[in-house]
Design a protein around this ligand. Structure first.
Ligand code: ATP
Ligand code: MG
Length: 290
């Protein structure tokens, strides 16, 4: 969609030399909140048309990965962008700290089980990237994975990047379009949102003390995100580093990116073969003669 093509500027297909500090969390591409409303409605409509074709043609699937610091707006971005989409064609999966059953398998096991079927849009609220983000910032989580000690060396993050890259390439080669979102919120804005969660009784449930503990490791997280984006960006599995200080703008970008990804697939409704068309003609005759 032409009006949303500006989202290209946040897409990273080649990670080499990527620097997070070159991306401004406050950016709104000179748009105003009021202009965004109409644009979002148009985008949601377009997305819903594309999703119908995706479903009808039943060849491709779309995997959209959402990663972010707490209160960056993952949940609301998912909610607002998928509103127009037929729920039957869409599945959302949230990844929490792994269960003991999950820890008994390799780290991609639970991910593979949750992948979207052909024709569907799969949304990952957190993902396999936690394995090179939270686990990297908290090496004690790595211990709970009970990997054979000789397999855990200083190359482990590099190896995980390679495995993730290989996995996503495999998905792309088998008909899953992958796109990944990092909702890039500033530390200042996160503080503001945490304070709102504390001060507004209706938002208290969203607040957790562990979020504050993670905030204290902000710089380590940013370094981990930067390294992950450097090593796992690819043309078939790009990262979108989206400004997240203005939620209305983030949503617009997510919709724009999903549209761009689906438009590249050249989706079309299936065309019936001659024999099937003839059968339709017969069915019409039978119904009309009733
Ligand atoms: P909300 O934004 O509503 O708080 P959330 O996604 O933060 O939702 P929580 O239940 O608060 O959900 O947090 C899930 C936690 O699980 C996060 O802290 C995340 O880092 C952690 N987690 C996810 N995957 C892994 C993993 N592979 N290893 C360890 N921790 C993980
Ligand atoms: Mg949380």
């Amino acid at each position: 969609m032409k009006e949303l093509e500006f989202v290209d500027r946040y897409r990273i297909e080649k990670g080499e030399g990527f620097r997070l500090k070159e991306y401004d969390p406050e950016d709104t591409h000179d748009l105003k909140k009021d202009d965004a409303k109409d644009l979002l409605a148009q985008g949601v409509k377009r997305l819903s048309e594309l999703q119908e074709k995706l479903y009808a043609s039943d060849r491709w699937s779309l995997l959209a990965v959402f990663q972010a610091m707490d209160a960056a707006g993952k949940d609301s971005a998912i909610e607002h962008t998928m509103t127009g989409v037929n729920p039957q064609g869409c599945q959302v999966h949230s990844f929490k700290a792994p269960t003991s059953e999950e820890l008994d398998h390799d780290f991609l096991w639970r991910i593979a089980k949750a992948l979207p079927e052909r024709g569907r849009i799969g949304i990952f609220n957190r993902s396999h990237y936690e394995e090179v983000l939270v686990v990297r910032v908290h090496p004690e989580f790595l211990k709970t994975q009970r990997l054979p000690p000789k397999l855990v060396g200083k190359d482990i993050w590099q190896q995980r990047f390679e495995d993730i890259t290989g996995f996503e390439r495999h998905l792309a080669r088998n008909g899953t379009a992958v796109c990944k979102f990092f909702l890039h919120v500033s530390k200042e804005e996160q503080k503001k949102r945490f304070l709102e969660r504390i001060d507004d009784p209706a938002k208290n449930w969203k607040f957790s003390m562990t979020d504050v503990a993670e905030r204290a490791r902000w710089d380590e997280y940013m370094a981990a995100y930067e390294d992950a984006i450097r090593h796992t960006s690819a043309p078939h599995a790009p990262w979108y580093v989206l400004p997240a200080d203005h939620k209305w703008f983030t949503r617009l970008c997510v919709v724009g990116a999903l549209i761009a990804t689906l438009e590249k697939l050249d989706l079309a409704f299936p065309v019936l073969e001659e024999a099937a068309k003839a059968q339709l003609g017969k069915a019409r005759q039978t119904l009309s003669a009733e």
